[in-house]
Design a protein around this ligand. Sequence first.
Ligand code: ATP
Length: 446
Amino acid sequence: MTTTTTPAIRTGEVLISVDAVSKSFTGAAGDELRVLEDIRLDLRAGEIVALLGRSGSGKSTLLRTIAGLVAPTRGGVRYRGEELRGANPGTAMVFQSFALMPWLTVQDNVELGLAAQGVPPRERRERALAAIDLIGLDGFQSAYPKELSGGMRQRVGFARALVLEPDVLLMDEPFSALDVLTAENLRGELMDLWETTNFPTKAICVVTHNIEEAVQLADRVIVLGANPGHIRAEVDITLARPRDRRTPKFAAVVDHLYGLLTGADPDDLAAGPAEATPISRPLPAASVGGLAGLVEIVHARGGRVDLPDVAAELTFEIDDLLPLVDAAAMLDLLLVVGADLCCTPVGEAFTTADILRSKEIFADQVRGRAPLVRTISTALANSPNGKMRADFFLDLLRRGFSAEDAEQQLDTAVDWGRYAELFDYNTDDRRLVAIPAAPIVHSGSR
Ligand SMILES: Nc1ncnc2c1ncn2[C@@H]1O[C@H](COP(=O)(O)OP(=O)(O)OP(=O)(O)O)[C@@H](O)[C@H]1O
């Protein structure tokens, strides 16, 4: 495979239009779960577009809507001007999980889509062999998936999509199930193929939560915000290819995207902390230990750190680190400035105080800024015996979250409430219990 810095000439025509798409699912309690809100997006020939966002921001749902596998609740998707009525004929998908048929050989797996299109057997065989060759699997056509490494299996996943010669190749976290080195190799090879003029595909749309991957691959990054998923920013990446992640220019783009992903979403700030509700301002999935650890790191390094540096040093995935950043920012313990994290005065007091004082500070912050903790705390204070069933809060949360996310919200609230000594959870009867305020001990009192 050859590497070239000259991009193939492509026309830039609009291939797919996502037109004011909103998508809701029905939650476990029969309520509406809003997952995408008013998404507008064109995919043009010649470009690689990355959909970047945290877990739950609706990236996969958006990709599946573009593929015609999920029907929008409102708005529509057009392929070459035609409104989709089912699967998008101009796309093929590469999945994170490879999604191969274990009982079929590599050859048969690659031929599957062609068979579904009614392509005659002889042509199927020839086209599949060419795709297998293109993606570096020559000689493995008779192997079964279980005989292949993860990287080889994903090559089959690519061959199976590319053999269809789709206008737009859709990829849902295609490298995230692979080890770092294999992922890096396959990404590099895909980019080499993309740069050649005979690559069968005119555009690529890739879902990722990995910022460096987005910068490595994309001409344009769409940053998605959550609750519900919406486009927060669009960033053109004009770095020359092949892209070297060790250059300062590459690092600057990564920093910029980090800032966009971690900074306060202007839409989230519409309501101040006091007016926000448990549903409009969900708790980030961060334990007290995790977020306190992050504040400690920032404080120990002089009160200001570069977030990508810390992530790289700790070998964190952004999905691991961002909830901690969000939680610390929500509680005003850290401030996010671009890609930097700064310790706030409250954060400094929290991290340097003794344990009792640190708990008091934490309690003040969660009462003021974490709506779910405030709601539970107030409800318990108003209940006759200071106890309430956890299911009561779960039912309320299911009006805005999936069953799994509602559980996660309650788990986080209990962890925060427990540390703040506001309430606890009794596993025997699944009730939340208010922790009575400790009596104030005055000096001299007995
Ligand atoms: N078929 C479905 N029914 C109900 N809820 C769904 C369905 N598909 C997705 N969701 C919910 O929609 C939200 C967004 O999911 P989606 O997988 O699109 O997000 P994502 O950004 O791709 O997340 P991840 O990176 O974790 O895959 C989640 O809360 C998920 O639980």
